[in-house]
Write a protein that binds this ligand. Structure first.
Ligand code: C2E
Ligand code: MG
Ligand code: MG
Length: 400
């Protein structure tokens, strides 16, 4: 990609010389220089269009880390490359900061700077800024939600999970979707917090479980035996009669308990340790599976992992994002997998968005994978079709 106007922000004149020669060779018409963040801002204000900023971190006056924040405040949306002689973890922190500022960060290069390293940074995929508010949330009331459940406006969409080693579909997670007559599709972000506040999650869990079990049975009729996972929360997992209630549901549907996975977030378990412990121990004795969802995002997840009888660990998507260029994340991912193995837990990597993500978790030894690259959450009827369409594909792969 040719960058016509490039701004170099660095306090070292040698870096200016190297960058100027490099970008001019690559077709830049103008290579501007600034010796610190303050000068960088001036250049930005005086120049109508800057296509790329190459920015050092350690500079006098306004340093690179502050400069990144100022770029965010000015809504600068073109690519940025960080160059620095600082410690790897400092450079990584600045890179993470730029991403959290929603800046379009192209890469980071360690000093001493050479052309090959710059070429490599330019070849990295652009992490495009995600403008906040792209995911629409809808204001809903508790009364609306209650009536939606009564009217059957909520449905359990299903997102398949595959076994990493074979590609075989092993299960599906039920994710609630609300088809509101006026607002259209309402996502969980909009109504789960309302349900939590109103104490409606136990009802929702039962509702979604019933729906998901009906889908499971429809899949079973076509020869697809799937485990189904449903999400639940603190209030539900603290209700001492919860095990009996869901046992009654699985019995009525004719579904073996071991085919049902209850996904619990760490946040859910903080409320009443003793009640959660009793409920979870009894659920396990009934042979339900219990998964710790979004693992790695809470404050005390290690303690919970040691305390509660989980059978599965779901690795939060955050550990996959940018893992290729983030050695600390890669180390954490491998450590989580190894920890889970030692505790005899199966692992699920969620948020698999590319073939590359899938290869990465396969390599790390993760048991199951779930994400848009495999399939998006889909309507119950579509799941059967999806399974049918996938069957010959898998058979071919396994024969090859
Ligand atoms: P979760 O249980 O961690 O579910 C995974 C979320 O990630 C889902 O969002 C799913 O659509 C999304 N996802 C799946 N694959 C990918 C991917 O490759 N990339 C990205 N970026 N996202 C992916 P969703 O459906 O919006 O649900 C959000 C959260 O709402 C869920 O997180 C869960 O905590 C909660 N939730 C959903 N349905 C229910 C429910 O029936 N009951 C309860 N209590 N909570 C629910
Ligand atoms: Mg979940
Ligand atoms: Mg999750």
């Amino acid at each position: 990609m040719p960058f016509e106007t490039v701004l170099i922000v660095d306090d070292d004149p040698l870096i200016h010389a190297v960058c100027k020669a490099f970008f001019q060779r690559r077709g830049a018409l103008q290579v501007l220089g600034a010796m610190n963040g303050a000068e960088g801002l001036t250049a930005l204000e005086e120049t109508p269009q800057i296509d790329l900023i190459v920015c050092d971190l350690k500079m006098p006056d306004v340093d690179g880390v502050q400069f990144l924040r100022l770029l965010m405040e000015r809504r600068y949306s073109q690519p940025i490359i960080i160059i620095s002689g600082e410690d790897g973890s400092v450079v990584q922190a600045a890179y993470n900061l730029a991403k959290s500022h929603n800046l379009c960060i192209l890469g980071r290069v360690r000093k001493p700077l050479d052309y090959a390293a710059l070429e490599e940074a330019l070849a990295e995929p652009v992490v495009a800024p995600q403008r906040s508010g792209t995911r629409k949330t809808t204001a809903v009331s508790e009364a609306d939600l209650r009536s939606a459940m009564q009217l059957g406006e909520i449905s359990a969409y299903m997102q398949p999970k595959i076994e990493c080693a074979t590609g075989r579909v092993v299960g599906a997670e039920a994710l609630a979707r609300w088809f509101h007559p006026e607002c259209g599709l309402v996502m969980p972000d909009s109504f789960i917090p309302v349900a939590e506040k109103a104490g409606l999650i136990p009802d929702l869990t039962h509702y979604i479980l019933r729906d998901a079990m009906a889908t499971k049975q429809r899949c079973a009729e076509r020869g697809h035996n799937l485990k189904i996972a449903v999400n639940t929360d603190a209030l539900t997992i603290n209700q001492l009669d919860f095990p009996e209630a869901i046992y009654a549901l699985t019995q009525a549907a004719g579904v073996p308990n071991e085919d049902v996975v209850l996904e619990v977030t760490e946040r859910s378990l903080l409320q009443d340790g003793a009640a959660s412990m009793e409920v979870m121990a009894r659920l396990r004795m009934m042979r339900f599976e219990i998964s710790i969802d979004d693992f790695g995002t809470g404050n005390s997840n290690m303690k919970q992992l040691c305390t509660f009888p989980f059978t599965e660990l779901k690795i939060d998507r955050g550990f996959l994002e940018g893992v290729t260029n983030d050695s600390a994340k890669a180390i954490c991912l491998n450590a989580i997998v190894s920890l889970a193995k030692s505790l005899q837990l199966t692992t699920v990597a969620e948020g698999i968005e590319s073939e590359h993500d899938l290869a990465l978790v396969q390599q790390a030894g993760v048991t199951y994978a779930q994400g848009y690259h495999i399939a998006k959450p889909m309507a119950p009827n579509d799941l059967v079709d999806w399974l049918e369409a996938r069957r010959p594909q898998i058979r071919r792969k396994n024969l090859a």
